[in-house]
Design a binder for this molecule. Structure first.
Ligand code: AKB
Length: 324
């Protein structure tokens, strides 16, 4: 039975790296009581739990998901719960189950219960070793070779299918590595680019799990939030891609981010001890062509590497001072 959507927004995976910041941003824009945060475990920061409604929700539990959707009648769902690249390689069956069944449950609940819009994140992981690495086009050879990448590519195709068959307004971005100071990522290949800043401000040396010359596409969190909300607000007739949009901002290597940090901490020491994540990074693009996003809904990033570094370091230092 369809419900009448309210102004409510449901964020699934609200305790994760992106979920936490997106929930805060949505609550600021639309009012805390209109944004329901949901996660499989209570969020580590009390603000998410206390500043607005929170629901414990395992997206693999379809009945519970439907109960939450029936209760709040959200007009939009942001479904962010997933296992990232490195963790999914270690738990392939569970990675596939969470990333695919979770998506089906959300798409079906949206169709069956009258949710107007769904946002679902894809990733640069949809590309693989056969993909052109420099300035990777929107449409090209994909052939991902990680569980995470395979699940994201399949998910993109399903999103498009639900749009065509059910008219569901699903929108998606292929995020590069996301970097922010408010929350830590977990289980990704691009996580080094967050960890390295934490080590720098706490006066520690950093052992990087990727080689110094490994270039990957990256993005500062304020740009990721802007892109996500701009895409969700764009008029439907401007959205010609219903699988997922390439999204770029900057591309750098561990050596380059180290140099950027050394402008502030000249003695910062980094060593390199590549592990299994190197192979994953080597199969991904080094940079992204996001012309479609720029042309169709005016995407434009604000942060380059040095501007991001300056902001990360100021904010991380401030957090340290507050917590001492
Ligand atoms: C990961 O490293 O797995 C993620 C991603 C690029 O999707 N940050």
């Amino acid at each position: 039975m369809q419900t009448t959507p309210s102004d409510t927004i449901l964020v699934i995976g609200a305790g994760g790296q992106l979920g936490l910041e997106l929930t805060h941003e949505l609550r600021q824009r639309y009012g805390a009581s209109n944004v329901v945060a949901a996660d499989v475990r209570p969020p580590k920061d009390e603000a998410t739990q206390e500043s607005g409604p929170f629901e414990l929700l395992d997206v693999l539990d379809k009945n519970r998901l439907e109960e939450v959707v029936r209760r709040y009648k959200p007009k939009q769902i942001y479904h962010l719960a997933a296992l990232l690249s490195a963790t999914a390689e270690k738990n392939p069956k569970f990675g596939w189950q969470l990333n695919m069944d979770g998506l089906f449950h959300v798409l079906d609940a949206a169709v069956d219960l009258g949710v107007q819009q769904v946002y679902w994140p894809s990733s640069i992981a949809v590309f693989g070793p056969d993909t052109p690495r420099a300035n990777t086009p929107q449409l090209t050879v994909m052939n991902p070779n990680t569980v995470y990448g395979i699940s994201k590519l399949a998910g993109e195709q399903w999103c498009e299918w639900y749009f065509r068959k059910h008219g569901l307004d699903v929108r998606s971005l292929r995020y590069p590595g996301l970097i922010g100071y408010k929350s830590l990522p977990g289980g990704g290949t691009t996580d080094y680019a967050v960890d390295i800043y934490h080590k720098a401000v706490t006066g520690q040396r950093y052992e990087c799990f990727l080689q110094e010359n490994t270039y990957l596409p990256m993005m500062y969190m304020p740009d990721a939030l802007k892109a996500t909300l701009d895409l969700m607000h764009a008029p439907a007739d401007q959205i010609n891609i219903r699988s997922s949009y390439n999204l770029g901002a900057m591309s750098f290597s561990p050596a380059e981010v180290t140099a950027s940090i050394r402008r502030h901490y000249p003695d910062f020491q980094v060593s390199y001890q590549p592990d299994s994540r190197q192979q994953i990074a080597d199969s991904w693009p080094a940079s992204i062509d996001d012309t479609a996003a720029r042309q169709q809904w005016s995407w434009q990033p604000d942060y380059d590497l040095d501007r991001m570094t300056d902001d990360m370091l100021v904010n991380l230092k401030q957090q340290l001072t507050v917590s001492v």
